[in-house]
Design a protein around this ligand. Sequence first.
Ligand SMILES: O=C([O-])CC(=O)C(=O)O
Ligand SMILES: [Mg+2]
Length: 562
Amino acid sequence: MTTSRYPTGYDLLLDPRANKGTAFSIDERQLCRIHGLLPPTVSTPRLQVERFMENLRNMPDDLSRYISLNALQDLNEKLFYRVAMEHTQEVMPLVYTPTVGLACQKYGLIFSKPKGLFISILDKGHVYDVLRNWPIDDVRAVVVTDGERILGLGDLGCNGMGIPVGKLSLYTALAGVRPQYCLPVTLDVGTNNEHFLNDKYYLGLRHKRVTGKEYDDFVDEFMQAIVKRFGQQCLIQFEDFANHNAFRFLKKYRDLYCTFNDDIQGTASVAVAGILSSTRITGAKLADSRFVFYGAGEASIGISDLLVVAMEREGLSAEQARKNIFLVDSKGLIVKNRPAGGLNEEKLRYAHEHEPITNLIDIVRTIKPAYLIGAAGQGPAFTREILELMASINKHPVIFALSNPTSKAECTAREAYETTKGQCVFASGSPFPNVEYNGKTYIPGQGNNSYIFPGIGLAIVTCNIRHIPDELFYLAAKTLSEQVGDEDLKVGLVYPPIEKIRDVSRKIAVALAEYAYEKNLAALYPRPNNLEEFIQSQQYAVEYEDIVPPRWDWPSKTLAKL
Ligand SMILES: O=C([O-])CC(=O)C(=O)O
Ligand SMILES: [Mg+2]
């Protein structure tokens, strides 16, 4: 990866950022001394995409497709993003959820080239030195994980690297953040995953997780080192940390750094967007609806907190709003009279004065919610009986199965539509195919934070937003929901179609940038007059750059004078 001088000769073909592969023109091949290293026919970028897709479709399984896309990213970055942008619907599930989950489980087998930094607890005291090994100085967005809660798959240790890599690929593919601004990081503090500790191919540290003060000091050092290396305005997105750490770090760092937690705040924003859109189908106000969350972790608490903000906009007090929200954890409905020590601070906010109920179906029967939202990462929990019950309580029950990857979803799209006789409003965290039911096609929306974090990233890296207040996530949710057309709702979509996602991300970025300038949070001065045009001008383009300078076709009269 060359940062300054343009590579020539064989090196040019090894530089993914400059390489055009068979699309180098004959002039370029001669000028750059690669003539003869490529077969003589020059391909158009269109043909390169077609050729790649043909190969991809012929592969035996999705893991092979993931490996192939990764290899393309290492070989020819522009072509990789052209493929990802022109075939988003097909390629996104391969570079991201759900295939990335499988890729993380197999990371020890498939790791090939560095795409980010592995910083281990053994580097404690030298984190800044490790960051200096990254070849690019102008990094503006870091996605970091410690691998402890990868999707709904649990502790995958250093194999979690697939997640920051996948997230940042979407920064570029879905929002046009330039890839050179992005840095994926995995903090390896060990793993409690026995399988990996005994797996000869596992590439991370082979001991149990370091916890307590030593772990906290390490993460502190990392945060400080990022600022020292890349500047105060560098965005740090926390991803797939375990519950107990995710909330602590968000509280600790949110006012000191430009940071957010995607699993708490990003997921909250996308879910609230879907909820706002669903009210256009159900016709009910949020303030008059009850919500049952299956799961009481990062996603459920994050969504609940943002939902309270949304209900406050409808005129409720926060306390009244919380009365509409019911959380269910592994012990059942969260109620006040749990044995002492049973509830953390976040759950306590939503604890009701109520008899304990342990069973989800009994909880639904008693609470009679309009919304049933699954984010427990426990797999199928919304049984046929529960879905039928939801349909008997509501004309249009809203069912969100948000857990990832697909195997962890609370129900499938087909189960939801069939059991509710096509009446439900459905969304899921992982993609599901369209469902034909009773002569109608339903398109399940993907309530995944990928509708949110790329737009947030784009606003931050283009306008140098210094802090990320909660209001930005509400604004992102509202902006996303406003992009849903009546024709989308008719087929069941509570999100804009995925093909529009780049425009949607830009709209989110513009809304956030406007707010940031209003509140003095944006450090880029002067404020661009037209934020939409400015942000668009900063987006990554997949067109190859010309290498050969334009010819000087001087008129012959001028030549004669020389
Ligand atoms: O990565 C995804 O698909 C969404 C997400 O943040 C998670 O499930 O942890
Ligand atoms: Mg996540």
